[in-house]
Design a protein around this ligand. Structure first.
Ligand SMILES: Nc1ncnc2c1ncn2[C@@H]1O[C@H](COP(=O)(O)OP(=O)(O)OP(=O)(O)O)[C@@H](O)[C@H]1O
Ligand SMILES: [Mg+2]
Length: 267
């Protein structure tokens, strides 16, 4: 169960099948890559949910479908009660942070943070207000004094926080975060995990976070969804009541649990 406020699902997949077309190099005889097969699951509104699974198992595909960047071959997806994607001028329901930070190098941090709102046709007055709000949020995101810096002038951790600020500024009630800390060194990653654990209580959003890192999932999430096999037909749900138990269960589902130490008989 979520610790959240509202009831209902922020995200619902109903018997969703998704495939990629064969790569051009495979020619006509190339086969399609099936990634999801009739997958159903839901993310409770107000929850913080982690999606964990091996590389290539379909995690980013699930997020791209939820963001409306990919379309399913079959089945139904609902984001806050409506199909994914947004028409210009409509409020965004989901904000997506892609696996790479994808900041535009020729825009300053604040200009990057406002990009999704510009792309959705917000008017000048609304953009000025959004800029003020982004400036207010800079210290919350550990980016005080960096608003006019270009991405090349930021550290890796600062770039990730800037990309995260942009995701929050986009205004969706559902945040889809694809390995936000994946590309960072272990120390910076840990710092950002603790920072996000502190921030999450003030985020008025539902979060679906993709990660490889089982400890990160158990630290941040109320519930972990595990992709144990591809094509993905089901997600195993692991509620996080205590971190150690949840971590053990997730590792077990991934087949990564260490064997018990061998008893070596004494002389
Ligand atoms: N555009 C594409 N065209 C063809 N196949 C693709 C495409 N994108 C992804 N795939 C394949 O679909 C499968 C799932 O990819 P996906 O990116 O969802 O994995 P992932 O779980 O996010 O992996 P990672 O943890 O490495 O990011 C993989 O086998 C991948 O090679
Ligand atoms: Mg991925």
């Amino acid at each position: 169960m979520s610790r959240g406020r509202a009831e209902g699902s922020a995200l619902r997949f109903d018997a969703v099948t998704a495939v990629y077309r064969p790569l051009p190099a495979a020619g006509r005889r190339g086969t399609e890559v099936p990634v999801l097969e009739e997958l159903s699951f839901a993310v409770q509104e107000g929850s913080f949910t982690a999606l964990v699974g091996p590389s290539g198992s379909g995690k980013s595909t699930i997020l791209k479908l939820a963001a409306g960047i990919l379309r399913p071959r079959a089945g139904r997806i609902e984001v806050c009660g409506a199909p994914p994607g947004t028409r210009p001028g409509e409020p965004l329901r989901a904000s997506y942070m892609p696996q790479r930070d994808s900041l535009l190098p020729w825009r300053t941090l604040l200009e990057n943070a406002l990009l999704p709102l510009e792309m959705h046709g917000r008017e000048a007055q609304a953009l000025r207000e959004a800029r003020r709000r982004a400036e207010e949020l800079l210290p919350v995101f550990g980016l005080e004094g960096k608003g006019d810096a270009y991405p090349a002038q930021l550290s890796g951790g600062e770039r990730q926080r800037a990309a995260f600020l942009r995701t929050v500024m986009a205004g969706g009630r559902l945040l889809l975060l694809d390995e936000p800390f994946g590309a960072l060194d272990a120390l910076t990653r840990r710092q950002l995990q603790l920072w996000l654990a502190g921030l999450r209580r003030s985020l008025e959003a539902t979060v679906l976070l993709v990660t490889h890192d089982v400890q990160e999932a158990a630290l941040l999430a109320d519930e972990v969804l595990v992709v144990a096999a591809t094509p993905v037909r089901a997600l195993e749900r692991v509620p996080v009541r205590d971190r150690a138990t949840a971590e053990r269960r997730v590792l077990e589902l991934l087949g990564l649990r260490e064997a018990a130490p061998l008893e070596v008989g004494g002389a």
